[in-house]
Design a binder for this molecule. Structure first.
Ligand SMILES: O=C(O)CC1=NCN=C1
Ligand SMILES: [Zn+2]
Length: 424
């Protein structure tokens, strides 16, 4: 019988246990709140979630060491999940912010060899250990912002060797850091300079060499493609994703970020991708297609803000029956942040999502977007003991006191990893 962790007397315990699968429509507003709630975790797994009174009864039947964490006056939620990051990379691109402030477009910078290709140069030069070292610091900051599981994409190597290096680094992060890391292959992030005169050969390299190399090493669960005007078009994106599916990868797609009605969402729905990401410029037909296929819309309001673009039409998606998740899109070019709390604020203030919807989108729906909806994302017996204690007395205050990090304590697999806002 293992040590018990007893998180007691939360002013609000947000169980997120009011449904199955990704939440849609009204389900996105149902938090499963227990006032004066308690959670008991044993050997990293939740063994009790309910009222204080029932927790005392439950504990009365148990012997052994109990670590008590007083959550009175605080909101206890499932550990936040970030389903879309490019967290493994070297270098930085602060110069591009000023270029864009002067009016240069993101795609113009990429076309002339900057942007993703800038990060590719520094990532190719960096050793695997250096990539790990830089990313570990970002993961510490994710933890301080309440995030206990993230997805991590490759896509800054753009050669077989360097894409494998990035994905091995992601696997090492998962091993070394408390945060769980779900890996995604994204060799189709941009066409590297050495292939600019013959991009179709790069598509063939992704399909014929990179995908098999990643698959036989078991280095990624998902394949993602930057489906965008001037990057990978609908036909190329479809070829790559269909090849990936044949090799057993689950599918994601960066869709409709920049060009209007490019058809990325429709492609995601046609391929029944697990998720479609960005969706800033998605058409009404695209939204209907996502609802029909059950593809999760992973929205990135921080990226929209940082690119100084209008945010995705979350309201039409939620009202249209699409399951919505949120993410930082942590990357050095279009969203250099790890703050899920800021993303939740931005989702309310720029996409009119409610305080309840952003919590569902940052926990259970985000968990389903990376295939972990049965293990994390809600506070239910049998799920991982991943919790975040916020220093507010009710969940609405998380979006009311905006621009602040209100994380007090983070518990990962039943172990306290952040206390009083500092790593322990
Ligand atoms: O610019 C980057 O490094 C990340 C990105 N990929 C697609 N959109 C943004
Ligand atoms: Zn991205």
């Amino acid at each position: 019988m293992g040590k018990l962790t007893y998180v007691k007397s939360a002013s609000q315990l947000l169980c997120m246990d009011t449904g199955h699968g990704p939440r849609t429509g009204k389900g996105m507003s149902m938090l499963g709140i227990i006032a004066d709630g308690s959670v008991v975790i044993e050997d990293g797994i939740i063994v009790f979630a309910g009222s204080d009174a029932l927790a005392a009864q439950f504990l009365g039947t148990r012997r052994g060491e109990v670590e008590v964490i007083d959550a009175s006056g605080k909101v206890v939620a499932p550990g936040l999940v970030d389903p879309h990051t490019h967290v493994v990379y070297a270098g930085s691109r602060e110069n591009e912010l000023e270029l864009r402030l002067q009016g240069e477009k993101y795609t113009d910078i990429l076309q002339r060899g900057g942007g993703i290709l800038n990060t590719a140069r520094s990532t190719r030069e960096a050793s695997e250990e250096e990539l790990i070292r830089q990313a570990l610091t970002r993961l510490d900051r994710f933890l301080l912002h309440g995030v206990t599981t993230i997805e991590a994409k490759s896509g800054y190597g753009l050669t077989v060797k360097d894409e494998l290096k990035q994905l091995r680094a992601a696997r090492e992060l998962d091993r070394r850091h408390p945060i769980d890391v779900v890996p995604t292959f994204m060799g189709a992030h941009a066409v590297p300079e050495e292939y600019r005169s013959h991009p179709e050969s790069y598509v063939n390299l992704v399909i014929e060499e990179m995908l098999p190399a990643v698959a036989e090493r078991g280095l990624a669960e998902y394949c993602d493609v930057f489906c965008e005007q001037g990057v990978f078009d609908i036909a190329e994106s479809g070829r790559i994703l269909e090849a990936a599916e044949r090799l057993g990868f689950k599918l994601k797609i960066h869709a409709d970020e920049i060009a209007k009605n490019f058809g990325g969402a429709e492609l995601a729905a046609k391929l029944e991708a697990v998720s479609a990401e960005h969706l800033l410029k998605t058409s009404e037909e695209g939204i209907r297609a996502l609802a029909k296929s059950g593809t999760i819309a992973v929205l990135l309001p921080g990226t929209a803000l940082f690119l100084m673009e209008r945010a995705a039409d979350a309201r039409s998606m939620i009202d249209g029956g699409v399951a919505v998740a949120l993410s930082t899109d942590c990357n050095p070019g279009s969203s250099p942040t790890v703050s899920m709390p800021f993303i939740m604020n931005a989702a309310c203030l720029t996409m009119r999502m409610t305080p309840a919807e952003v919590l569902v989108a940052s926990t259970i729906n985000a968990a389903h977007a990376i295939g972990r909806g049965n293990e994390i994302g809600s506070i239910e017996t049998g799920k991982r003991g991943d919790l975040v204690l916020f220093d507010v007395s009710n969940y609405r205050q998380l979006q009311y006191y905006y621009g602040m990090n209100l994380v007090h304590t983070v518990i990962k697999n039943g172990r306290t990893v952040v206390k009083g806002g500092v790593l322990v």
